[in-house]
Design a protein around this ligand. Structure first.
Ligand code: KG4
Ligand code: ZN
Length: 425
């Protein structure tokens, strides 16, 4: 093996991404071409447009990653690609291109589960911190001739104890118990949503309120200016529903694993709060105001316009939404995060996890990070997040997740194809 360089390719949803990561712990390049501007016009991801855009972007994005890393294809040790879960047509673009590149350059191909990628986004961030801290310590020691100070950041970055991972994104709200065994990571599903993913609820509520797409960053910024106690949303305990056993999935989030054998205390449901927001909007005659806002932000959906950005100050927020809407947004977010916290910490305690990893697009949320950190401190548990850019879809996490597989020579078969509902285990 050379330097342990892996090119990661990710095209599972609406970002075309390529990255080069060295030995699963140092990012040499990470390039993400977002399709947000294209899908924002429709208020959600349009699968056919996603595949078309991936086809357009894949070659320049991979080239940009290699350029940024200042390496040639011949320097690589392997190519890693997301094989699922995700949109079938979108996944296929990445897989087909990765296969061709691997074949043409006689490189091994590694298939990575997108969810495992999200979990490795946290581990990659920790390893980068740890090696940065070590580099600083080494230069400190060489200058002063003293003992290396210990750094809390990098301590037990790869601890052998079980971690509880909450993957919370536009397609998933899943809890996994993750533990490293013989260098590879093993996962067991302990909880999940029975209907919508949390990010999906953010996106649907934002759309309902006439805000931009994706909804998460809009609600994240606007919630700061509202009263989180104004509207008392409540989550009922999800019961294991006998009628769901063996049934076809009802939403995209429900596609990856069966619900039946899971502890009902760790099941999520986000479709109810979306309906509750809708009812509140109707009851308080907020519909017209939301439609007027959407028309202002997106003059004619389906038409190409600049993508508007969420407001940054209270003045800008109030120019966009009345206080009552800001209060509704803050209350929605407060309730969703409260529910994510309650079940995640309960699962960590019940399964005796030593720490919690929170990852996926929704893990970029400011209130979520602050409240998880506070609760973890109270319980003397450790909680880790990826950097903001590693929270949402990227290819560095795919290349990082592939590293233990390269060491184990766990390569993809020649007939590798997209698996839109690939489960993580
Ligand atoms: O991980 P990701 O980029 O793609 C999927 O695998 O789904 O996650 C995208 C999701 C979207 O639903 C988006 O609204 C949400 O993550 N999101 C956020 C924030 N940033 C992105 N949700 C809440 N707060 C944020 N700051
Ligand atoms: Zn994702």
């Amino acid at each position: 093996m050379g330097r342990g360089l892996i090119l990661g390719i990710e095209t599972s949803c609406d970002e075309t991404a390529a990255a080069v990561v060295e030995r699963g712990q140092r990012t040499l390049a990470s390039v993400v071409a977002s399709q947000i501007a294209i899908h924002a016009r429709y208020g959600g991801v349009v699968p056919e447009l996603a595949s078309r855009e991936h086809l357009r972007a894949i070659v320049p994005v991979v080239r940009a990653a290699l350029d940024q890393a200042q390496i040639a294809l011949g320097d690589l040790d392997a190519i890693a690609v997301t094989s699922g879960p995700g949109l079938a047509g979108a996944l296929l673009v990445g897989i087909t291109y990765a296969k061709a590149l691997a074949f043409a350059n006689s490189l091994p191909l590694i298939a990575v589960n997108h969810l495992e990628g999200h979990i490795h986004a946290v581990l990659l961030h920790e390893r980068e911190n740890a090696s940065e801290a070590k580099a600083q310590d080494d230069s400190f020691a060489s200058v002063t001739g003293t003992e290396t100070p210990t750094h809390q950041n990098g301590e037990d970055a790869d601890c052998s104890k079980a971690s509880l991972a909450l993957v919370v994104s536009g397609g998933h709200t899943h809890l996994y118990l993750a533990r490293p065994t013989d260098g590879a990571w093993r996962y067991s599903l302990v909880g999940r949503t029975v209907d919508d993913a949390a990010g999906e609820a953010y996106d649907k509520v934002a759309k309902l309120l006439g805000l931009g797409y994706p909804g998460g960053p809009w609600i994240d910024t606007l919630a700061q200016f509202g009263d989180p106690q104004a509207v008392p949303f409540a989550f009922a305990q999800v019961k294991t529903k006998a009628h769901l056993v063996g049934k076809a999935p009802r939403t995209k989030a429900a596609q990856t694993a069966p619900i039946a054998p899971l502890d009902p205390r760790f099941l999520f449901s986000f479709s109810g709060i979306k309906t509750a927001v809708l009812r509140y909007v109707e009851l308080h005659q907020m519909r017209g105001e939301a439609e007027a806002r959407a028309a202002r932000l997106f003059p004619g959906r389906g038409v190409e316009t600049a993508t508007p950005r969420p407001p940054q100050s209270k003045e800008e927020a109030l120019a966009l939404c009345p206080q009552a809407t800001l209060d509704l947004i803050a209350s929605f977010q407060h309730a969703v995060i409260g529910d994510l916290m309650k079940k995640t910490f309960a699962a960590a305690e019940s399964l005796d996890a030593q720490r919690i990893l929170v990852t996926g697009g929704v893990a970029a949320n400011r209130e979520l990070r602050a409240r998880f950190r506070k609760e973890a401190r109270r319980r003397r548990l450790r909680v880790s997040f990826p950097t903001l850019s590693l929270s949402t879809d990227n290819a560095a996490m795919i290349a990082a997740a592939a590293w233990p597989r390269l060491l184990a020579k766990d390569f993809a078969a020649a007939e590798l194809t997209a698996n839109p509902s690939l489960a993580l285990q």
